[in-house]
Structures are given as C-alpha cells and as structure tokens.
Design a protein around this ligand. Structure first.
Ligand SMILES: [Zn+2]
Ligand SMILES: [Zn+2]
Length: 370
C-alpha cells in the first residue's frame, strides 16, 4: 500500500482542491477504509456552498469500501477483518448514551456537529481534527473504534450499496416514522434519490397507492418513479396534485405524506396538509436550514388530528433493512445510479446533484480510484 492518500479537499465555499496527504498510522483500536464509492447527497449541495467553520475538510458522508487495514483490537471488538466490503454510517457516536444503546446514533449528542464544534461526523469534520481523513472524497477514510459499519450483502456492487444512505432514510421516514405499511396510501413529494427510496420502501411494505410529485425539471425522475411502481406521478407545474391525490384515493386522501422537497418553500407542506385523509394522517417533513413559515395553518393541522414529524437521518436497523432491500433486486437500481466521477471531478459531481452540472443526475457516485 502506498503511504500517500489522494483526497479532494473543500478549501472554501464551492471550492475544491486535490491534495496528496500522508497515510496515518493505524493503532490497534482503529481501521482504514479503502473508499470504493462515496455517494453525493442533497445535503452536500447546500453544505458545499457555505463557508468553512474551521480548516479545510474532506466531504463525502455516504461511504462504501473495503477494509484495507484493521487493528487487532478493532477486529476483536467489532468482528470485521481486512477485505470486508462495508457500508460506513456517517455518525461517530459515543456508544454509551441512551440513544446509542437503541441504535439511534443520529440522536447521540456526540454526532451533533452542527451545534458542537468538537463533534465528529464523516463528511463534515475539518482536517484540523487528527488524523484528518474524515470524508469519502478521498482514497482512504480513518475508522476509530466507534465507527459504525454494516457488512454489504453478497451480490451488491459497491455502487449499488452506495444507495444505502438514501434507502435507509426512505425506510426510516416512510415506514418507521410515517407508519406506512400494508394497504397504506402515500404521497411522496420530490422524486430525487430520497423520494425514490421512500417509494421503494413504501412499495416493499405493501402500500396500496403511491403518488409521487415533482416539477417539470424532474421529468426523467418521474419516469423512474413509474418504473419503481408509483401508481401516479404528478408534475406540479402542469397538474393539480391535490386533485390527483383525491382521484387516486377515491376522495379519501392519503394516510401518509413524506416531503422530500428541500428548498421548495412552504407549498409542499401546505399540499401535504390538504392531501392527508380527514383525520389522523401523518406527514414527515425534510425541512433544512432556517426556513420561515408565515401563517402556518396550525388550526387546519389540529382539526385534522394530524401528526407532523421531522425527517432526520436513520437508525442502525433502517440501514440493515436498506441493504437487504437493495440486495433483493426487486427494483431496477441501474435506473437510479446515473453518474460516476473521479476525485478530480468532485466539484462537478456536487453541482450535478444540485442540477447545475451533468443533466439527468439521480444518484451520483464519487469513485476515488477512477
Ligand atoms: Zn447525505
Ligand atoms: Zn451516544
């Protein structure tokens, strides 16, 4: 193994530089991941634009790779060996709080990078925190003892396993948080990789009717939604989405709404409130940032006895279910894995997910050895 690592560093807002770094020592309680695939997600698009909070950092938090080195203590305590193909969660949890004991690492205070500058999370942590290899847009990633790994099931390529993050969010948000199950009716807003994964989860769980909405920009994504089993797809710029929901559900409205339209303003939330059934519906919303919501119709929400939940990350169990769902080959995943780029093209890869690079992007992979 070469003692050098090639990595794409974010050195400022929307600015990336390719750098050669030194491969760190791997102590007995650590391991080293050879990155095969780092997925690019919508959060990367927004995070890429913001100024650095500390020194340069390696982005990339949806990582799949082979274990290149495994320390003896890491191997003994975690049950992994060199050569294993693994999916790495982006949380680096404390492993001792109540959330960690439940496999809910997303809620562990140690992973709260947004509020705690000392919290470490893959894809968001600066090079100032030793040994610096905290992101997947790099040939190698450093794994301390609290890294959370999942074995990739046989038969899945690293690129397909790279869908594990949006897929586990889809299972978490649609099924575990939204309560979608047998015979449910579901409205999924936003047909990006996240919406498509909610669709797969709902389909696999036995939902009776699934409606997926998008905009004119999403024409291809809506076609993929159809191929993945959506009962109806709606271009909200051309059609009345609420009328379609009413038609497809025989005037009843849906049981569950999942809003995966980050950055589309308040309209999807308002549509979701109207689209749910008369009483007792649930809406799971993926809102990010400091969005204002003037005149939020709280009265309408309470009169309908609705439950509003926030979509945020995934549990350990959701990831395991995601990997098994992907490995079932029930869905034509190749329709989703649209683009792959090398380390020198990280800037373009992120812009492609944001709709400003390669056209038709759904799931975009950075492959550091290309
Ligand atoms: Zn992500
Ligand atoms: Zn914890």
């Amino acid at each position: 193994m070469s003692e050098k690592v090639l990595a794409a560093l974010k050195v400022g807002p929307s600015t990336t530089e390719l750098r050669e770094l030194k491969l760190p020592e791997i102590p007995p309680d650590a391991a080293l991941l050879k990155v095969e695939v780092a997925g690019v997600c919508g959060t990367d698009v927004t995070q890429y634009r913001v100024p650095l909070r500390a020194g340069p950092l390696i982005m990339g938090h949806e990582n799949v790779g082979h274990l290149a080195r495994v320390g003896s203590e890491f191997a003994a305590r975690k049950g992994f060996k060199e050569g294993d193909l693994v999916f790495l969660e982006h949380y680096l949890p404390c492993l001792s709080c109540e959330w960690c004991h439940m496999g809910e690492y997303r809620h562990c205070p140690a992973t709260e990078w947004f509020y705690d500058p000392k919290a470490i999370r893959y894809g968001y942590t600066s090079m100032d925190t030793a040994p610096g290899l905290w992101g997947g847009f790099s040939q190698y990633v450093y794994l301390p003892i609290n890294a959370v790994l999942h074995k990739v099931p046989d038969g899945l390529t690293p690129e397909e396993a790279g869908i594990a993050t949006p897929m586990s969010n889809g299972i978490q948000w649609a099924l575990m948080d939204g309560g979608v199950g047998y015979a449910s009716t579901v409205l999924i807003q936003g047909p990006g990789q996240q919406g498509l994964c909610c669709l797969m989860a709902a389909k696999q769980a036995g939902a009776a009717r699934i409606i997926v909405t998008g905009t004119t920009r999403d024409t291809r994504r809506l076609e993929v939604a159809k191929a993945f089993g959506a009962d109806a797809v709606v271009d909200v710029g051309k059609e009345d989405a609420l009328a379609v929901v009413q038609k497809v559900t025989n005037g009843r409205g849906v049981d569950v709404v999942v809003d995966c339209t980050v950055g589309a303003g308040t309209a999807p939330v308002l549509l979701g409130i109207e689209a749910t059934k008369r009483r007792g519906g649930t809406m799971v919303v993926q809102a990010e940032g400091n969005q204002e919501f003037p005149s939020f119709p709280i009265g309408r929400l309470t009169r309908k006895g609705m439950t509003l939940k926030s979509a945020r990350g995934h549990s350990y169990r959701a990831v395991e279910l995601a990997l098994h769902t992907l490995a079932s080959r029930r869905f034509p995943l190749e329709m989703m894995t649209t683009h792959r780029f090398g380390l020198a093209e990280v800037d373009y890869a992120i812009k492609s997910v944001g709709g400003e690079g390669a056209p038709g992007a759904i799931h975009v992979s950075v492959m550091p050895w290309r």
